[in-house]
Design a protein around this ligand. Structure first.
Ligand SMILES: *Cc1c(COP(=O)(O)O)cnc(C)c1O
Length: 434
């Protein structure tokens, strides 16, 4: 019986096999680098909600304590004399941030949070003309993105009912089709200013072919941006090579940077040095050479690259946890993480498929190339009740209206045994009660 995506290995349903997969997992040791919450029984939970809030790396505490110490011991001087001087703290992410999303040095900055960064990017990259003024997004679209885009359209005096295009799955389907993007852009591309899509959809877990979409958008003269909230730290990205104009992501989902963590932002090199791009400026985006000349420098001179979009000085205590997270990603490497993610998600899929029931179905793509570490279960009835039953047995996953349970086996810290336990619990609740 083959449950393996690459056909090279086969899965078996028993617990011993799960243990064996864990024993052979080269990333197995990383689990101990995280705090895993306990379930109601006192045993560690099956934490499959890392797509919503990633777990805390144990190294976070000492990194925050270091900053508290520098603040206590040095006060304002820690800006230049701390262990990691605060003045340039955001620069510690230059290399790891670029590696994470496939960018060149200078194309990535950590600042603000996702929706704020999306607004800042649209200020610069949504530059509507009468003829080309529409924004294309997907359905289902995360509400914050939808609000941001609608209010940007209104800010430019366009009516979202006319100027917002949403590409949706076909009737009776759950996933977007690339041929529908092609067809839509062939038809309406001339009027589309910005194509803005989630790289991995937050409801279905569908991973879009971002390279292909960026090509299509470019061919039609549209700016292309991605929301990578569910993609960064989940799947390998090549933003520079794909020619993506801008991207934004949050660092608290797959990236384990802590609740409300400082967000990430990518601006392609081809735009980074255009100081004439309209932007909302603040002192931290200014050339650091003249930043502290304060009232002597009335004119904003953006520093090159993505860092030129910073506004305020960075929240050091909130950035320290993200450092812990990015260090871990550097240590593991996206390639190894992706290899485990494909195997772990495939194994979970295999186990869930064995449950004999028609009460739910998996709507996430079956093809590993079209998904990351998430399976979305469409539950036909009493989905919320099912979720609370799972929770009572120490399974943490989440729910999206109206009837989707999202299950995220995260390669960084979840085990194959977690997947096995999940399938056991789910299977027990699918037994007809008679
Ligand atoms: C999680 C998520 C957000 C969150 O936005 P914040 O500004 O960080 O609160 C936005 N968009 C998408 C698609 C998300 O998944």
């Amino acid at each position: 019986m083959s449950g393996s995506p690459d056909g090279a290995a086969t899965f078996e349903p028993d617990e011993a096999f799960a243990r064996q997969l864990d024993a052979n997992d080269p990333l197995g040791g990383f689990r101990t680098r995280f705090h895993i919450p306990n379930g109601p029984s006192g045993l560690s939970s099956v934490y499959f909600a890392g797509n919503s809030l990633g777990l805390q790396p144990k190294s976070v505490r000492s990194l925050i304590e270091q900053e508290l110490k520098d603040w206590a011991d040095r006060g304002v001087d820690a800006h230049f004399e701390g262990k990691t001087p605060w003045y340039s703290y955001h620069e510690v992410f230059r290399e790891s941030g670029a590696r994470l999303v496939g960018a060149r040095l200078g194309e990535v900055v950590l600042m603000n949070s996702l929706t704020v960064n999306l607004h800042l990017m649209l200020v610069s990259f949504y530059r509507p003309t009468r003829r080309r003024h529409k924004i294309l997004i997907e359905q289902p679209c995360f509400p914050s993105d939808l609000y941001a885009v609608k209010t940007q359209l209104q800010y430019h005096d366009f009516d979202p009912n006319e100027a917002l295009i949403q590409i949706a799955p076909r009737p009776g389907e759950h996933l977007l089709r690339i041929e529908d993007f092609e067809e839509l852009l062939d038809r309406e591309g001339d009027s589309v200013a910005v194509v803005l899509l989630g790289g991995v959809n937050f409801v279905t877990g569908q991973l879009l072919d971002m390279k292909r979409i960026a090509e299509l958008a470019r061919r039609h003269g549209c700016v292309v941006g991605f929301d990578l909230a569910h993609a960064a730290g989940n799947v390998p990205l090549q933003l520079h090579e794909w020619g993506v104009d801008f991207a934004v992501w949050c660092n608290y989902k797959y990236l384990n940077g802590g609740p409300g963590a400082v967000g990430g932002c990518f601006v392609h090199e081809k735009h980074g040095d255009h100081d004439d791009l309209p932007r909302f400026a603040g002192w931290w985006g200014n050339d650091p050479k003249t930043r502290f000349r304060m009232h002597l420098e009335p004119n904003f001179v953006p520093r090159g690259g993505a860092e030129g979009w910073q506004i305020s000085n960075p929240p050091i205590l909130a950035m320290a946890p993200v450092r812990a997270s990015y260090d871990l990603f550097d240590e593991v490497g996206m390639e190894a993480l992706r290899a485990k993610s494909i195997r772990l998600t495939g194994y979970l899929e295999y186990l869930v498929d064995r449950i004999e029931t028609d009460r739910f179905k998996i709507i996430t793509p079956r093809d590993p190339d079209q998904r990351g570490s998430q399976l979305s279960l469409l539950v036909h009835d009493e989905s919320k009740l099912l979720l609370s039953k799972l929770q009572r047995e120490g399974v943490v996953c989440d729910f999206r209206e109206p009837d989707i349970i999202r299950v995220a086996p995260v390669a960084m810290y979840n085990s194959f045994h977690d997947a096995w336990r999940f399938a056991q619990v789910l299977g027990r609740h699918m037994v007809p009660s008679g």
